[in-house]
Design a protein around this ligand. Structure first.
Ligand code: 5AD
Ligand code: SF4
Length: 452
């Protein structure tokens, strides 16, 4: 009864939450299995940011419920954003769930599973569905465990939970609650532990990382708590690279811009969500900046760090987005030249402030706008990648590449994927790789041997 499979939907926060649940379950004697078919318990860690993500998880849970009909001891849990968003209503659709756990209660999963298993084994009444969606003060401090004997060359570290922004399209403030940060010392201790186990790269995660600690911790020498945190993480021996996701253009101040080039471990890469190139739509989205301000921040960053790689999030088909609005997004896309982007088709989310606007833009128009942006993105990514052919890049080796045949995968500081012939002993090392070929997504190269 103790084999658990966790399937994760959605963002990196969710991936990190799943890892933490896995670590806590391992600590309780559960084993985490890699194949769903081998599991006694399947936990779905869900996402609500778009309807499609919810439908996928609901479909999956429905499918698992059929297995439960044949094997009544098999257990299904739904955790995370969709559990929080839909709550008990979900049980109308999925009456066979054993466990429904919200975003502030991941740490309670081991207790809940212990109790469920005990009742299955006849030591108590079997509850209908164990539902735990409560808010909990301090829950941001519970996402800190990592699976003990597993080395992660690159690890996620959750620095905060929640979001106080009010973007009109976004369900996250509802699913993740108020913004609250972990103490700097706790985060640094977690990074030190990771480094001791061989982690070389950390990605600091939060809904809006540059707001980290803004209400809890003081500024020091004009530096925000987030910049203070970056400085501390930069000092951790063994850590070679620092990334973070996601920042917000408001509150992205000079102290953070100045970190580029000053903190040697901070990579020349930023994920910087734009959402739209039209000021009118940004206003409708309740994003409190203009496209001009967005571009001024990027220009200031590029000035400090000419090699900066930039990725973004964009939504197409927000209610009322006209051809003129979209043309402005396209223009920003062309002029900024993103290296990577996540382009989303607008999806109405219940109870958001944009929900009453409905979804007036047709699927065809959203598809066409999505495709147009993708084409521009592919050109700019390919152009940037091609410019690296013939150069030598510092690559952090993550592990064997999917294509096999002795090929290994790593990333540049700019977060470009590099595939090259390697060996197991290089995993976790920073190695020089000369780039021979480039596609939109991947660079291919070979190790530069010292002294040759
Ligand atoms: N529809 C489409 N995309 C959305 N995002 C957030 N909410 C929605 C929505 N309702 C996108 C934003 C955000 C990313 C994580 O998901 O671009 O930055
Ligand atoms: Fe959602 Fe906006 Fe908060 Fe990002 S900043 S999580 S898009 S509400």
């Amino acid at each position: 009864m103790n084999r658990v499979y966790i399937k994760t939907y959605g963002c990196q926060m969710n991936e990190r939450d799943s890892e933490a649940v896995a670590a806590m379950l391992r600590g309780r004697g559960y084993s985490i299995v890699a194949e769903e078919a081998e599991a006694d318990v399947v936990l779905l860690n869900t996402c609500s940011v778009r309807d499609q993500a919810e439908q996928k998880a609901i479909g999956k849970a429905g499918h698992l419920a059929r297995r439960k009909k044949k094997d009544p001891n098999f257990m299904i849990g739904v955790m995370g954003c969709m559990a929080q968003n839909r709550g008990n209503d979900l049980l109308d659709k999925l009456p066979d769930l054993d466990l429904l756990v919200g975003t502030q209660k991941f740490h309670a999963v081991p207790d809940h599973l212990d109790n469920l298993i005990a009742s299955l084994q006849g030591q108590g009444p079997r509850p209908a569905t164990l539902v735990d969606l409560a808010e909990e003060a301090g829950s941001q401090n519970t996402i800190r465990d990592h699976v003990p004997d597993q080395r992660q060359v690159s690890a996620f570290v959750s620095i905060m939970q929640g979001c106080n922004m009010k973007c009109s399209y976004c369900i996250v403030p509802k699913t993740r609650g108020e913004e609250r940060g972990r103490p700097i010392d706790d985060i640094v201790a977690e990074v030190e532990e990771l480094a001791a186990k061989g982690t070389r790269e950390v990605t600091l995660l939060g809904q809006i990382v540059n707001q980290y600690g803004i209400r809890e911790f003081p500024f020091a020498d004009g530096k925000s708590p987030f910049v203070q945190l970056l400085e501390r993480v930069n000092e951790v021996p063994g850590i070679e690279r620092i990334r973070f996701t996601s920042p917000h253009p408001s509150g992205f101040k000079q102290d953070l811009i100045d970190c580029y080039g000053r903190l040697d471990k901070l990579c020349e890469y930023i994920h910087f969500p734009m959402q739209s190139g039209s000021n009118r739509i940004l206003k409708e989205m309740r994003r409190p900046y203009t496209i001009e301000k967005f571009r001024r921040i990027l220009d200031a960053m590029r000035e400090r760090c000419p090699d900066l790689y930039i990725s973004t999030d964009v939504i197409v088909g927000f209610p009322g987005e006209t051809e003129e609005d979209f043309a402005l997004t396209r223009e920003a896309f062309e002029q900024i030249g993103f290296d990577m982007a996540f382009i989303f088709k607008y999806s109405v989310r219940p109870d958001t402030t944009a929900a009453p606007l409905g979804d007036p833009i047709s699927a065809e128009i959203k598809d066409a706008r999505n495709k147009e942006l993708l084409e521009i993105l592919q050109q700019s990514s390919l152009r940037r990648n091609t410019s690296l052919v013939g150069t030598t890049q510092e690559v952090l080796v993550e592990g064997p590449a999917k294509r096999g045949e002795g090929m290994y995968l790593g990333r540049t500081r700019g977060y470009r994927k590099v595939v090259f012939p390697g060996s197991e002993r290089l995993v976790g090392e920073l190695v020089p790789v000369e780039i021979d070929e480039a596609t939109v997504t991947t660079l291919t190269g070979r190790l530069v041997l010292a002294g040759v």
